[in-house]
Design a protein around this ligand. Structure first.
Ligand SMILES: Cc1cc2nc3c(=O)[nH]c(=O)nc-3n(C[C@H](O)[C@H](O)[C@H](O)COP(=O)(O)O)c2cc1C
Length: 213
């Protein structure tokens, strides 16, 4: 049934990426590529894999949604008590990964993660639909629950009590990765892909290198 797996392959012919094509500042290059992905109507264009490692070095990875980016970093929102929240509290290093398969592109962004302010957490939390607020208030993310019914009855109780806005759980908030390295990957024909890697130096200057595919 799964014999097909070995033989799944396709050619990547969408585009190229070279030193002359790439922006000088990786943030501008990110802006350009996510703009092109949006224009290509890629679904879940803001979905990114967030890789963390806890204080013991155990890696874990999951998808979160990018909620903003600028020269200060890339942000998302989550529960600080979740597996990733606890991992980041013990080891604030992480990597983000975007994969836009229709464009044969992957972007990796590595750096230090900081938490956003309570005011920023409130601003985003209360901008979400009431149902999302209630779901966040219901769920102690990543901790076990006996069954679905328990979750639903907790949700219902909260929904009866809070008809306009739900209380933001204290641990729920924003996180921001401050980039120290970026890699832009463009798939190429015959697997000789383009990989351009930017590294920030001690003087806050970006250094560009081509990596072997
Ligand atoms: C498309 C998609 C978007 C998601 N967005 C978020 C998000 O923005 N924040 C979040 O905490 N979890 C999000 N999740 C759920 C996470 O992948 C994950 O299940 C959850 O955060 C618990 O992860 P953890 O146990 O590693 O902490 C999303 C999942 C998918 C598939």
């Amino acid at each position: 049934m799964t014999d097909f797996i070995r033989d799944v392959r396709r050619e990547y012919k969408y585009a190229t990426l070279s030193r002359t094509e790439v922006e000088k500042n990786p943030l501008d290059q990110f802006r350009r590529w996510i703009g092109e992905a949006e224009k290509a109507q890629i679904q879940d264009v803001t979905a990114m894999a967030l890789a963390t490692a806890d204080a013991k070095g155990q890696p874990s990875v999951r998808i979160v949604l990018l909620k903003g980016f600028d020269e200060t970093g890339f942000s998302w929102f989550s529960d600080g008590g979740s597996e990733k929240g606890l991992a980041l509290a013990g080891n604030p290093r992480a990597e983000l990964l975007f994969h836009w398969r229709e464009l044969d592109r992957q972007i990796r962004i590595r750096g230090q993660v900081v938490t956003l302010s309570q005011a920023e957490a409130d601003a985003y939390f209360y901008s979400r639909p009431l149902a999302s607020q209630l779901a966040a208030a219901t769920s102690a993310q990543s901790r076990p629950v006996a069954n679905r019914e328990e979750l639903e009855s907790r949700y219902k109780l909260l929904a009866e009590k809070h008809t306009e806005r739900a209380p933001r759980p204290a641990a729920w908030g924003g996180f921001k990765l401050q980039p120290e390295a970026y890699e832009f990957w463009q798939g190429r024909e015959g697997r000789l892909h383009d990989r351009l890697h930017f590294q920030l130096d001690a003087n806050q200057q970006w250094h560009l290198q081509r990596l072997q595919p």
